[in-house]
Design a protein around this ligand. Structure first.
Ligand code: HSE
Length: 428
């Protein structure tokens, strides 16, 4: 049997501990599959004394992850610390410079520094793998990079933040407002230390930017992702959408258009009966559409010890087997800088207006929509709160620009009693 492959693991939180467990519990299975043993040489974390439920005594300890990354007795540096810059970036750069393969779960770092890191890794002839960075346990990076390599990709979509999906589905099932479910999610430990990463759509936007780079052969462009979080989604909209056969999801969509690369991460209505519409709780779903394969749907846990460690281990196994693929599926220096096309793909929209309850008010709204070229498909009025009349409208397909123009027109009529709500309906 060839020499063992030796890991240095930086970061011993949930995922790091999960990885140690897999290496210890499945040692024979991993060796049989990789054709060599998988060993851990050394580990590093912020606190040495903490009980992580795994025996770390066989491994050397390093306080400094950069020192760990350069150790002579490691072949693969596994970065599980997180953070866009700081020790994660410094240690990954050190590992590549020292000729070590790298496996990371760090979406924020790669979404910002992925291009430079990929070029460095490819120049050094080492792997830089990141399956665990996108949708946890779902092997979507591998599916896209390898299984679908023969396709021109049409569209990549997904629900890639489990916390947001938990909040939205829990609001619906328990009939609770956003703030209350946000607190529940916090108590369950679902939220990142900075919750804006989750509910602001940033974490999911990082993931979408990474998938888009592979799908469309473009340089990772997180700044080009149009981001909108779920903070303003109300229980009213969730319930009205449900009554019309839709569910609200924080949905990422990336596609190449004639004007450039469109990337958006925003709340959308999706048909309740679609696979995305049926996604419950903290699960993730990635939908890949290629010209030859059609649509592929991958569903699974997007976070947590087992699923994320499983993704890390899959990358380690490939490296142990000797696969070193280009980081984003083609040499990094050949990735193109696509112009950033502000999302202009036409779609129907869900609109909710709170109107003054007076004669002629609805006609003014309909006129403002019509003047902007926005056509009404369905409309209904429900309930009355004091003097306000809530009105729901589903438009025919229209462009985001026409819709923005229409909303300005509606606001200018002076008949609204609250800010309008407009949510895109995505055919999925
Ligand atoms: N906070 C993320 C989620 C997991 O809720 O899906 C890590 O990206």
């Amino acid at each position: 049997m060839p020499d063992p492959i030796r890991l240095g693991i930086a970061g011993l939180g949930t995922v790091g501990a999960g990885l140690v467990k897999i290496v210890q519990d499945h040692a024979e299975l991993l060796a049989a599959r990789a054709g060599r043993r998988i060993e851990i040489s050394a580990v590093s974390a912020r606190s040495r004394g903490r009980d992580r439920g795994v025996d770390l005594s066989p491994y050397s300890w390093e306080d400094d992850p950069v020192v760990l990354a350069r150790r002579a007795d490691i072949d693969v540096f596994v970065e599980l610390m997180g953070g866009e810059d700081g020790p994660a970036k410094a240690s990954v750069e050190a590992a590549i410079a020292a000729g070590k393969h790298v496996v990371t779960a760090n979406k924020a770092m790669l979404a910002i520094h992925g291009q430079a890191m990929a070029e460095a890794a490819e120049a050094a002839g080492v792997a830089l793998r990141f399956e665990a960075a996108v949708a946890g346990g779902i092997p979507c990076v591998k599916t896209l990079t390898e299984g679908l390599a023969g396709n021109r990709m049409r569209r990549v979509m997904g629900v890639m933040n489990g916390t947001c999906n938990y909040i939205l589905t829990r609001m619906e099932s328990a009939h609770l407002p956003y703030d209350e479910v946000f607190e529940e999610a916090n108590a369950l430990g679902y939220l990142e230390a900075d919750p804006t990463l989750d509910v602001g759509g940033i974490d999911a936007g990082h993931k979408l930017a990474l998938l888009a780079a592979i799908a469309f052969g473009t340089r990772v462009d997180f700044a080009g992702v149009e981001l909108e979080g779920i903070e303003r989604i109300s229980i009213t909209d969730i319930e009205q959408a449900r009554d019309m056969g839709y569910r609200i999801k924080l949905l990422g969509v990336a596609q190449m258009t004639g004007r450039g690369l469109e990337q958006r991460m925003s709340p959308c209505l999706v048909p309740a009966k679609s696979p995305l519409g049926q996604l419950e709780n903290a699960m993730n779903m990635v939908v890949l559409e290629g010209d030859s394969v059609g649509q592929i749907v991958l569903r699974g846990a997007g976070a947590g010890e087992g699923p994320t460690a499983s993704a890390v281990m899959g990358d380690v196994m490939d490296i142990a087997r000797g696969y070193v693929l280009p980081v984003f599926g083609q040499p990094a220096r050949t990735l193109e800088s696509a112009p950033n096309a502000r999302a202009a793909a036409p779609a129907p929209y869900y609109l909710r207006f709170s109107l003054m309850d007076k004669p002629g008010v609805l006609a003014k709204v309909a006129t403002a929509l019509g003047d902007a070229g926005v056509s009404i498909n369905r409309m209904r009025q429900y309930g009355h709160a004091d003097t306000a009349a809530p009105v729901l409208i589903v438009t025919h397909t229209t462009t985001p620009d026409a819709l923005a123009h229409a909303l300005k027109g509606v606001e200018a009529t002076g008949v609204l009693t609250a800010a309008p709500v407009a949510i895109r309906i995505e055919e999925v």
